[in-house]
Design a protein around this ligand. Sequence first.
Ligand code: MSP
Length: 517
Amino acid sequence: MAERPTYYVTTPIYYVNDSPHLGHAYTTIACDALARFMRLDGYDVRFLTGTDEHGQKVKKSATAAGKSPQAFTDEVSERFRALGPLLNLSNDDFIRTTEPRHTSGVQALWRTLVERGEIYLGTYAGWYAVRDEAFYTESELSPGPNGSRLAPSGAPVEWVEEPSYFFRLSAWGERLLRHYEEHPDFVAPDSRRNEVIAFVKGGLQDLSVSRTSFSWGIPVPGDPRHVMYVWLDALTNYMTAVGYPATDSELYARYWPADLHMVGKDILRFHTVYWPAFLMAAGLEPPRRVFAHGWWTMEGQKMSKSLGNVIDPHAMVARYGLDPVRFFVLREVPFGADGDFSHRAVVGRLNGDLANDFGNLVQRVLTMIGKNCGARMPEPGALADADKVLLGAAYGLLERQRAAYRVQAFHTALAELWDVVGRSNRYVDEQAPWALRKTDPARMAMVLWVLAETIRHLAILAQPVIPGAAGDVLRQLGVADDRRRFADLGPKGALVAGTPLPAPAAVFPRFVAEETA
Ligand code: MSP
C-alpha cells in the first residue's frame, strides 16, 4: 500500500501566565479544523499544541501568585490541556517546555549553533518588553505615560544591560529574503508577507539569545549562569515534539519540516524571521508555511483583564454549545483579518446559518422521510434536470473545499457549503415534495433522496468545523461511522435505499433575543 502523505500542523504554545481565553481557543480551533480536514482527506496528520512555560513573564506571574514557577506552570498548563475535551480538539500531542524531552532538545540545538559559529558571547544593552518577551530598538518605541517608553504592541519596556550570548541574525538577512522569494507561500496572508520582507530589508541586528538576570529558563550548555531566551526555547518545541535532536527518528523523519505553523499576527516576526534563521543556521529545514491570523476584540474593545471583558471559552461553550462556537469563530471573520466578537453577531449567525438554514433543511427532509417513506432511505429513480444541478453542486464541493483549506480560508470553505445549503432549501420549495405525496410518490421519493444525498455531502464536509453536529446529522441519515471520509463522497458512497433511519431530532438550538443581553 502506498504511504499516505503527511501533514504536520502546530498551534503556538501558550504562555502559562494566565488562563486561556477566546483568542487562544481561536488559534487552536482553526488548527483542529485543518487537522480534521486533512485526516478526512486521507493524510497522515500530526497536530501539536502545548504550553510555553519559561521566561520572565511566567516567572513574574508565578511570583505574583505566591507559587514556585514549577508549581504555577503545572497548574496553568493543565487549564490549557483542559481545552482539549472542552473544544473537542483532536491534537496528537501536547508539549510543555518544562519537559525533559524539550529542554534537552533545545540544548542540542544550542550546541549545534555554537559548533557552527552562529552564537557568540557579548553584552546586551537595550530595551526589553516582558509582556512580549521581545527586544526592541530605540527607533521602534513611542513615548508612554510618565516619561516611560512603549513597544509597538503597547507593552511597557525596560532597560536591560547584562552579559548575553548573541545569535548572528545579521548574517542571515539575504538568505531569508531569498527564502521568501523562492517560497512565495511561506508567509501568509500576503499582507503579512510584505510586512516581513520590509522588516528584513530594513536590516537585521544580532539577536540576544540568553539572559542572566533571572534563572527560570533552560540553562545554556557549559555556562549555566545564562538561561536561554524564551523564544529560542519556545520555537524549538515544534521540533522537539517530533523527536529532535534524533533527526533519524521515525517521527522526525515523517513530520519535519512542519507543513504549517498557525500563529496570531503579533508573533509573526518570531516565526518568519528568527525561527527560519535559527534553523538554516543549524543546517535544518525551515517549516513550509506560517499563517498569521487576526485578533478578536470584544464588543469593539481590546480584550483585557483590566477591562474585565476577556471571554472565557468555558462560558462561551456553556452558553452557546461547542459546535456553534467553533462555527461562529471560523465563519464570521475572513481568516487573517481582525474580528469583533459580540453576542448579537453570535446569535445572528447561529440562528441564521445553523438553526434556520442548515438545521431546518435537515429537519424538514428527515421528517418527511420519516413520515412518508416508512423511516427508510427512499428509492432513487431517474434524475431530473433540477436533481442533476443540485447533486452536481454537492459533488463539486470537495475540490472547492480543498482549495479553500489549502490557503486556510475557513470562512470561504463554510460560505461554499452554505451556498449549497441555500440551493437545497430553494430546491425543497420548488419541488414541494409534500405535494407529491399523493400525486407522484415515486417523484417524491426521488426528491427526498436527492436532498438526503446532498445533506450527506454537506455533513461530511462540515465535520472539520462542527464535528459533533455533523456526526449527528450523518447518524440520522444512517451513514455508518466508517463511511464518513472524503473518499466516501460522490456517487460511489451514495445513500442506500431501504436503510432504516432513526427518529429525527433537531441538531442546532435556536437562541432567543433575551439571551443576548
Ligand atoms: N508563547 C507565545 C507563543 C510561542 S510559539 C513558539 C505566545 N503565547 S500567547 O499565549 O501570548 O499567545 C498565543 C496565541 O494566542 C497567539 O497566536 C496570539 O495571537 C493568540 N491570541 C491572543 N489573544 C488574541 C486575541 N484577542 N485574538 C486572537 N488571537 C489572540 O505568544
